[in-house]
Ligand binder design. Structure first.
Ligand code: FAD
Length: 469
């Protein structure tokens, strides 16, 4: 293998950047790393903007502190690696609410993304079906099977638990419906215990016991200064050459590695590298894989995505409840899917002048038509719905922002994990120096994407004949 290695990271989201940092840390010294990002900005779904003179997240807002096994999450480990450990802050107000029959009710604790381990505790928002969760003498889910979260929970706890708890909570992450989403990919800890336990209550409790949380330990964290500081620090630590406004349009296998076609069709640039981390969403990945690995492209490209819009507004001294925000079941008939009271939730964002920053997300899978509405229309509807839910007319905003994220949230249907494993196995066999990373494959969320990028980097190092330092 020629030295130094030349590795291209395609996609400058957090998965690509985590891959670049891991390559810098573990590949031979002198490895040339180049990040190609099609847009003008790095970070992908991580984007810290500004509203009323204050940093505000226009994309992802926070990260899980722990991984499903209970260990420190990869996002926390990356922040520490980048010298940002001291900047991690936690919500001051963690309690959120559900909108039920037009009013707010606290989200009951003790659930796994809304799936209860104690039916009594959720009685304030949903009546579980009586006696459906009986021991049928075998595990809930077969050893290699996958089901939708909605189907499993409906069969055991009835419709109301799905519609009022699980759907809004899973929908808060995926903008999708529990009835469509894979148990194995979206709730891996529950999928593991559901293959052993005979009741859903038993499976939830076993999953919770497998990752015990120290009392009072924070679930979420973010970075004071904004998540874009993670992006900037990763770029610096990786020592990568960064190419913005540089879409990779084609990948061709060469005798020794890969040729990338970069930039506009009229004036393409051809770049030869030894290996590629492909850290772009599934659809652009499928287009790039169509030439060198058509069957892999077909498997990867089957993934569908939901679009969302985030409407953020700065409100002068509104009367807000002491809640981090609320989630809205789709049965409530509102456009808003979820709302976050940023300046209540995060102590570091509170302002002496009482200005409140509120963000609402709009858009559920299959309801993209609503997102065709102009920004001003979306903002006015959100303002009206917020006032109605809070039961008080909110003041007119002094500043606002509408961020649209088209095709942003993967809808992993049952069987996704197996389809992906097959695609990866085929890709590894044919092209070991081309590795997939990011949310299109391993799951949504900053920790998962960081881990996915790091794993991709390690696979590249192995494929190029090195060993992780
Ligand atoms: C609105 C929203 C809110 C979220 N909130 C949270 C949250 O609070 N906490 C959490 O943990 N997760 C959250 N997530 C999920 C999380 O942000 C994502 O799962 C994660 O950031 C995805 O990272 P990624 O690197 O895989 O992909 P992306 O962030 O999508 O990055 C991929 C990059 O590849 C670039 N690209 C695409 N095609 C090409 C090409 N041909 N050539 C070059 N570059 C290309 C894109 O421009 C993009 O920058 C949220 C997601 C969304 C959409």
């Amino acid at each position: 293998m020629r030295q130094p290695w030349r590795v291209a990271v395609v996609g400058g989201g957090i998965a690509g950047l985590a891959a670049a940092v891991r390559l810098r840390d573990s590949a031979p010294a002198g490895t040339e790393i180049t990040v190609y990002e099609q847009s003008g900005a790095l970070g992908g779904k991580l984007r810290t903007g500004e509203l009323a003179g204050q940093p505000v997240e226009f994309g992802a807002e926070s990260f899980l502190m722990r991984d499903p096994a209970g260990a420190e999450s990869a996002a926390v480990a990356l922040a520490r690696r980048l010298g940002l450990g001291e900047k991690i802050v936690h919500p001051t107000v963690g309690q959120a609410a559900l909108v039920i029959d037009g009013g707010l009710r606290p989200i009951p604790g003790g659930t796994l993304v809304g799936v209860p381990g104690d039916l009594e505790r959720v009685a304030t928002v949903a009546r579980p079906a009586a006696d459906a969760d009986t021991d049928g003498g075998r595990p809930l889910v077969g050893p290699d099977a996958d089901v939708s979260v909605g189907a499993l929970v409906r069969s055991r706890f009835g419709n109301e638990v799905v519609e009022r708890l699980v759907d809004p909570m899973l929908g808060g992450v995926y903008a999708g419906r529990a009835d469509d989403l894979s148990l194995v990919t979206t709730m891996p800890a529950l999928a593991r215990t559901a293959r052993v336990e005979h009741t859903l209550v038993g499976a939830v409790r076993a999953a919770q016991a497998a990752a015990p949380r120290a009392p009072g330990a924070p679930v979420f964290g973010t970075l004071a200064g904004g998540l874009s500081t993670l992006v900037e620090a990763a770029v610096t630590a990786s020592g990568a050459t960064v190419r913005r406004d540089a879409a990779v349009r084609e990948l061709t296998a060469t005798e020794t590695g890969w040729r990338l076609t970069v930039g506009p069709t009229r004036d393409p640039e051809l770049v030869d590298v030894d290996a590629v981390v492909l850290a772009v969403p599934a659809r652009p990945a499928a287009r790039l894989l169509a030439g060198p690995a058509p069957t892999v492209a077909a498997g990867v490209g089957a993934l569908d995505y939901a679009s969302v819009a985030l409407v953020t507004m700065a409100l002068p001294q509104p009367r807000l409840p002491e809640l981090s925000g609320f989630l809205v079941p789709s049965t409530e008939g509102l456009l808003i899917k979820a709302a976050t009271f940023f300046t209540t939730k995060w102590g570091h964002l509170r302002r002496p002048d009482g200005l409140a920053v509120v963000r609402a997300s709009v858009g559920r899978y299959g309801e993209e038509a609503h997102l065709q509405r102009p920004d001003a229309d979306l903002a006015a509807t959100v303002h009206r719905e917020l006032s109605a839910v809070l039961g008080t007319p909110l003041p007119a905003p002094v500043d606002g922002h509408v961020q649209r994220w088209g095709g942003a949230l993967p809808q992993y249907t049952p069987g996704h994990a197996d389809r992906l494993a097959a695609a990866r196995t085929a890709l590894r066999a044919a092209h070991p120096t081309l590795v997939l990373a990011g949310a299109g494959y391993d799951g949504v969320g900053i920790p998962v994407c960081v881990r996915s990028g790091e794993t991709a980097a390690e696979e590249i190092i192995t494929a190029l004949g090195g060993s992780a330092r």
